[in-house]
Design a protein around this ligand. Structure first.
Ligand SMILES: O=C(O)CCC(=O)C(=O)O
Length: 195
């Protein structure tokens, strides 16, 4: 795995390609697509109840409960593939992730809006490890309280993005819609929930 560090003013990011051997990454995409308990949630954005523009599910240790967009996510029990990946990432990042929020983008019209992962149950300025499988999509970054986008990083199949110190406290990220993508993508964001 070859990784690159991106250091911005008050935030650091690591991006690595080839997280898994190629045949394992493709098999993992197929298996997670077919076996995880994907749901299209109703979420609250600016006080409005809308259908989320992606499918989601949340796995983790039994008490690693997570509140997000006005909803409480109770973790489903780890499945072996996610638990193995969590253990691998804990070793690589020297972290103790205990939950993973899984996102399924059916095609380029699915997306995630601007936000920071700054829920209090993750503590101040958490580290988040984000695994991408399937269609390539662009990850956008901007400073909090500013509208100018600073970075558009292509997240390839079988890659790992680690959002390190400063990313959640000083910046926001998004996964914008992309008209040219017709294929699905899975994103797994490993987090440490404190309880
Ligand atoms: O799909 C992605 O790469 C972004 C996911 C994300 O921002 C999140 O789960 O908080």
């Amino acid at each position: 795995m070859i990784s690159h560090n991106i250091i911005l003013n008050s935030c650091s990011i690591e991006y690595a390609r080839n997280l898994l051997p190629p045949h394992k990454a493709s098999a993992l995409f197929d298996s997670l697509k077919d076996t995880l308990e994907w749901k299209q949630e109703r979420i609250k954005i600016y006080g409005k109840d809308i259908l989320s523009p992606r499918l989601q599910c949340f796995y983790g240790d039994p008490h690693a409960q997570y509140r997000y967009s006005g909803k409480t996510f109770k973790p489903l029990n780890w499945v072996p593939e996610l638990e193995r990946l969590k253990n691998q990432l804990n070793r690589y990042c020297k972290e103790s992730f205990n939950a993973v929020l899984c996102n399924f983008y059916r095609d380029g019209t699915d997306s995630m809006g601007w936000h920071s992962d700054n829920e209090p149950e993750m503590g101040r300025d958490p580290i988040i490890a984000s695994v991408s499988l399937g269609a390539p999509r662009k990850f956008a970054l901007r400073k909090k309280k500013e509208t100018k986008q600073l970075l558009s990083l292509p997240l390839e199949h079988n890659s790992l993005l680690i959002m390190k110190s400063g990313c959640q406290s000083n910046y926001q990220h998004a996964l914008p819609k992309t008209k040219t993508i017709n294929e699905a993508r899975i994103n797994l964001t490993f987090r440490r929930i404190m309880y």
